[in-house]
Design a protein around this ligand. Structure first.
Ligand code: NIG
Ligand code: FE
Length: 412
């Protein structure tokens, strides 16, 4: 009898392959992995031989639903301290921008992060990453941005990269040295922009961890011109471009992201119609972050209908961070995306898989269940994939597979 050709075969499952706008559903499906990649996917009835002969290990799944491992394409999970003080101030009526202008907000996290050791930062970020794993996340983008000096920005990227040793996830680090102007540069904005362009970006490249560069373009952070200079420098050096755009005010952020050929513009509550069309033209993805809109009580919603009609790829992420989105619960984000932002459950689920892969430049490698793609799989105890968006309870994750190997999603 010939040797089984696959390492593992999962059967008695329904698949949401994410290969079309209706999620590419295959009921009564099966999927096989070999050498970390998907080797076969389709209807169980079409398997080429009796299952025991096909794989070294056959795993029956009792009718559960399988999706690609989720991809959280926008997080800030490495940070020191917490922002419960800001939380109380906002509950008393101060706005996010007022707190930031008074030296709280991002700067209070910068102070705590600069003081924390790499070990402390790692332990706390790993706990947050494990919370994401428990929600089926197998790829996590992690931003710096709470260092705002050369040394701490590089430390944050190093800690982010090291998280892969603590959690069964691929980590995609992003340099966000332009998150806000540190007070030691107040009145010397150009000097800080020069520091980022001439020193921090080259040092991050030499260190070799960062795959993208990001800027917070906002009236409490960096102007469109400053943002453009930093993005252009990072992109010219080979990093992918990302932009915190049009979150609190219309800064023309969507159009700026398009002008520099960034991969994504994120937040977008104040994105203009022209911004949508510029993004569509340049194929810039929209990353929607309903956790931040909810937490900050935003008075505007991203123009989801216009984005949809223009054919802009819409991804979704937790934006997990201590200030504006203290959330690692992917189910809550899927729910908020539908209820607050008006996404369909299909758009929300594609937003955490195929669309998020595109944001990270990984669309040929993951985010869909197709032969050749990485076998990162999440198995869910739900009767319908839309239940992941609808039911607000504990994570219904039943099993997680990273690179074809079953992993413990809580105690990795
Ligand atoms: O994505 N908008 C800027 N950056 C983060 C917030 C970071 C913070 O408040 O610590 C965001 O919402
Ligand atoms: Fe963010």
């Amino acid at each position: 009898m010939p040797e089984p050709s696959w390492d593992r075969l999962w059967t008695d499952i329904h698949l949401a392959t994410m290969t079309d706008p209706s999620l590419g559903i295959v009921r009564n499906g099966a999927i096989a992995a070999s050498d970390g990649r998907i080797a076969w996917v389709g209807r169980a009835a079409d398997l080429p031989a009796p299952r025991e002969r096909l794989a070294a290990e056959v795993i029956p799944c009792g009718g559960a639903w399988l999706t690609p491992g989720f991809i959280d394409c926008h997080t800030h999970i490495v940070f020191g301290g917490d922002r419960t003080g800001d939380f109380r101030r906002r509950l008393r009526g101060e706005s996010y921008a007022e707190i930031a202008r008074a030296g709280g907000g991002i700067m209070s996290t910068v102070r705590a992060t600069r003081e924390a050791s790499n070990e402390e930062l790692t332990a706390r970020a790993a706990a947050r990453a494990r919370e994401l794993s428990a929600w089926g996340v197998t790829t996590i983008e992690v931003k710096s941005g709470y260092g705002l000096d050369l040394d701490t920005e590089l430390r944050m990227l190093e800690v982010a990269t090291g998280l892969a040793r603590h959690v069964p996830a691929h980590i995609s680090p992003t340099l966000l040295a332009a998150h806000t102007l540190p007070p030691e540069y107040s009145g010397r904005r150009d000097d800080y922009v020069r520091l980022v362009v001439n020193e921090i970006i080259p040092a991050a490249l030499a260190q070799g961890h960062a795959t993208a560069v990001d800027v917070f373009c906002e009236d409490i952070a960096f102007t469109p011109d400053e943002s453009r200079a930093i993005l252009e420098a990072g992109i010219a050096a080979g990093l992918q471009g990302r932009l915190h755009a049009d979150q609190l005010t219309d800064q023309g952020g969507g159009a700026l992201a398009a002008a520099v050929w960034a991969r994504s513009a994120d937040h977008l509550e104040y994105l203009s119609r022209d911004g949508v069309h510029a993004m569509a033209e340049a194929d810039v993805c929209a990353v929607l972050l309903p956790g931040a809109a909810y937490t900050l009580g935003a008075d505007r919603r991203p123009p989801v209908g216009t984005l949809r009609r223009a054919g802009v790829t819409m991804a979704l992420a937790t934006d997990a961070n201590p200030g504006s989105s203290p959330i690692t619960n992917v189910g809550m984000i899927l729910n908020l995306a539908c209820i607050l932002f008006g996404l369909t459950p299909e758009e929300a689920l594609l937003g955490f898989t195929a669309a998020a892969a595109k944001v990270l430049g990984l669309e040929d490698d993951r985010g869909r269940l197709e032969p050749g793609r990485r076998a990162d799989l999440a198995l869910w105890r739900v009767g319908d994939p839309a239940e992941l968006c609808y039911w607000m309870g504990a994570s219904p994750l039943e099993a997680l597979v990273k690179d074809g190997v079953p992993v413990d999603a809580t105690h990795a």
